[in-house]
Design a protein around this ligand. Structure first.
Ligand code: C5J
Length: 229
């Protein structure tokens, strides 16, 4: 059992063999100009501070053989899985499915929909395509985690108050214990980021725990997990 003593609201203990690193929506559509995030009027540069700590955490998690899963938010090319209210958001001509500099906005298979080069998943790391904000809604994430015996999640990605928050709430209701890594999640709105993290750890950890990724990297063993036979 590993323990992150400096987590909020108190120490967070986890077992490597039952813990997965979940990387939420680190897609060009959210982090680079010309995608969905920018089409909604956001400064996408706000999210870039998450990339370096997340790359370091991914490397450390891979080195010890931890389960790693990635998600991508997006829709089928015919947009049949996109609710009308979501489709009508944003400036006309820059809405979901419209052409943009990185392909059709937030559509599966387009260049902008994929994960940024700095955090490309390895072939054995599942990438879960989700139509909603929460990673459990209309996906097989719960099945994949159950198959792997996962009970705890180290949660990273974007954005703090939208897809990260929704996913942590869904996970918490399903009985997963979530540690959100403050420097590996990001928002277009610094205030929402701060308050979003406070909301997770408030009331004795009503949705989970919060810590910095350096604390997790320091806690990881230098000897990798043995693959289960
Ligand atoms: C948003 C997300 N912000 N991945 N999606 O629309 O948080």
């Amino acid at each position: 059992m590993l323990t992150i003593a400096a987590a909020r609201p108190g120490p967070y203990s986890f077992d490597l063999s039952t813990t997965a690193l979940l990387v939420i929506d680190m897609q060009r559509d959210f982090l680079e100009p010309g995608g969905f995030g920018e089409s909604l009027g956001n400064d996408v540069g706000q999210l870039r501070s998450t990339i370096a700590p997340l790359a370091a955490l991914l490397a450390a998690a891979r080195a010890v053989g931890m389960s790693i899963l990635h998600t991508r938010e997006g829709h089928r090319p015919d947009l049949s899985d996109c609710p009308p209210a979501k489709l009508s958001r944003g400036e006309p001509s820059k809405r979901i499915g419209d052409p943009g500099p990185k392909g059709r906005i937030l559509v599966r298979g387009e260049y902008g929909h994929d994960i940024i080069d700095e955090l490309t998943p390895l072939p054995d790391e599942p990438v879960i395509d989700k139509p909603g904000k929460g990673a459990f809604h209309a996906t097989n994430l719960d099945v994949l985690l159950t198959e792997r015996g996962i009970r705890s999640l180290l949660v990273t990605g974007v954005t703090t108050e939208v897809c990260v928050h929704t996913t942590v709430r869904e996970a918490n209701d399903r009985g997963y214990e979530c540690l959100v890594l403050a420097d590996c999640v990001g928002s277009y709105f610094p205030e929402f980021h701060r308050v979003g993290l406070d909301m997770i750890a408030a009331q004795g950890g009503i949705f989970g725990w919060v810590a910095d990724s350096a604390q997790v990297r320091a806690a990881l063993p230098t000897i990798p997990l043995q693959p289960s036979s």
